[in-house]
Write a protein that binds this ligand. Sequence first.
Ligand code: PEP
Length: 265
Amino acid sequence: MTGARRRPLVSGNWKMHHDHLAAIRTMADLGLRLDAEDAARVDVSVHPPFTDLRSAQTVMEDRSVPVFLGAQHCHHRDEGAFTGEIAPPMLARLGVSYVIVGHSERRQHFGQSDEDVARTLRAVQRHGMTPIICVGETGEEREQGATEERLTAQVTASLGSAGGLTASAIVVAYEPIWAIGTGKTATAADAQQACAHIRAVAAGCIGQEAADQMRVQYGGSVKPESTSELLACPDVDGVLVGGASLDAASFADIVHAAASGAPRR
Ligand code: PEP
């Protein structure tokens, strides 16, 4: 199956930026810039900090902003004595559709393990939301030629360790760590090779048919100018955007670039 037949997903990860007032302004601004034509061609998710979710959701509903609400992380348990954590059903009740799981910043700074990623993505699915599972190599691993080995290990640990998965409702984001927040974007050829590899490894875990349906995003210093070339790759089905998603104008430009190359449906 070619990339053109999977509906692109453009996701904006605000990380620890924008308080709830900035979130209201940014979401309202986005509502003025995105239209039905974008929604007919691509899915868009916005992932604000937890404290912004309710405000962002209210603006989205009031103004019919054509985006899905997203979260950046959650715990794998439904409730309990886990101070400072957020449970999947809390997100589902707020209308969250997509949850980023295993972002490299969670893995690096908060010690999130592959096992925890595997548990969390299943918990996210149990509550009707779609996980966006992040995988990617460090600069050192890339220099050693160990990119595919790293991706194989992360994808297998996430998808292959146990059952309990709805294979069709999985998104994987290829996010080379050396490209995140650095201004260095992978070439389209590198992104294609890595995303195709991820799909091939996923096929071994969830079956070829599900892997063919699974969307694989590229993330790492994506800008409006780099979007079209990345999305023209047959195995790149969307982009996960950090810095450039904070500004409604640049994020809308990325969505428009993605929409311009996608069929209407
Ligand atoms: C990210 O945080 O997932 C990301 C890709 O960030 P940036 O676009 O800023 O590199």
